[in-house]
Design a protein around this ligand. Structure first.
Ligand SMILES: [Fe+2]
Length: 304
């Protein structure tokens, strides 16, 4: 059966993509950002997921303001990089996983989430920048990626609770897929930032760090946070963080925080990144199961 082994969240700042494409990653300003992802690249190289499910948002690249799906699942065999005004990014075409994506569509829709199914879609920096951050810049992406775009551009975006519950539905879908696949789910966007208006440039590190703490330990509290609190504390574009809750909902209640990185700024955005691993509860349960056997063996030795 397929299983979700871990969740990863990271900001998807477009300037990070531009720094990669323009070979500026060694410049001191950018080195500070990229050095925070070195451990993650190593972790990913060892984890070697069979499939990535990437929760991200489209920035009027695949969808214009004429059509804004709340949740759009990419079921295509491939997703070319979008032209965001400077030509498509020089990154590999994202290969999809149509079988798993179709299964997720069926399972999640029958579970009560009315996904939009997208059979043809270009993907923008919201998806390709996080891929770069954890996979580097390979000739081909090392595994298929299923994109799931969430509307956080035009009001109203889905609630944090709805995103968290969607994550749970995705988990049920993956768990019921008959192939043995190890899946990593990404939540992208954020952290605090506002790109226009009187509060442009807003960064709230205290809020961001508390969000990261709660993402690991108390995601249910985060799921209850209303939109207005994201707007007030994390800026207008901070609402992107609801996408991290889709990722978190797909994980176990108890997770192991493998790694965390936070730096400000990148462009005008706070950069946050976290790796959460599943299976902590399972390991404890296995250890508990094994413990009585050990006790029994010790008893038997004593008796002998
Ligand atoms: Fe974004």
């Amino acid at each position: 059966m397929a299983k979700i082994i871990a969740g990863i969240s990271s900001s998807h700042v477009p300037a990070i993509g531009a720094a990669i494409d323009n070979k500026q990653t060694e410049e001191p300003y950018w080195k500070r950002v990229f050095s925070g992802f070195e451990k993650s690249k190593k972790w990913m190289a060892e984890a070697k997921p069979d499939v990535v499910i990437a929760i991200y948002n489209d920035h009027a690249s695949a969808f214009s303001v004429e059509m804004i799906p709340t949740f759009a699942l990419g079921t295509a065999a491939e997703f070319p990089p979008a032209d965001e005004g400077w030509g498509p990014r020089p990154v590999p075409v994202v290969k999809g996983h149509p079988e798993l994506a179709s299964h997720i569509a069926t399972s999640v829709i029958l579970d009560g989430f009315d996904l939009t199914i997208v059979n043809k879609m270009e993907v923008d920096h919201g998806l390709t920048v996080p891929l770069n951050l954890v996979f580097g810049s390979p000739e081909q992406w090392p595994c298929p990626v299923i994109p799931l775009a969430v509307n956080v551009v035009q009001y109203p975006p889905p609630t944090g609770q709805r995103c968290y519950d969607l994550g749970k539905a995705i988990r049920r879908a993956v768990d019921s897929f008959p192939q043995d696949l190890e899946v990593v789910i990404f939540g992208t966007g954020g952290m605090s930032h506002q790109i226009s208006g009187p509060r442009a440039g807003l960064i709230n590190s205290k809020f961001d760090k508390a969000f990261l703490d709660n993402l690991t330990r108390n995601p249910k509290a985060l799921a209850r946070m209303p939109h207005i609190e994201y707007m007030r504390e994390a800026g207008a574009e901070g609402i992107e963080m609801v996408m991290w809750l889709v990722m978190r909902g797909a994980l176990d209640e108890k997770v192991k925080e493998v790694y965390r990185f936070y730096t400000v700024p990148a462009s005008n955005t706070a950069v946050g990144h976290i790796i959460l691993q599943n299976g902590v509860g399972a390991k404890k349960a296995a250890a508990k199961k094994a413990a009585p056997k050990k006790k029994a063996k010790a008893k038997a030795r004593k008796a002998a």
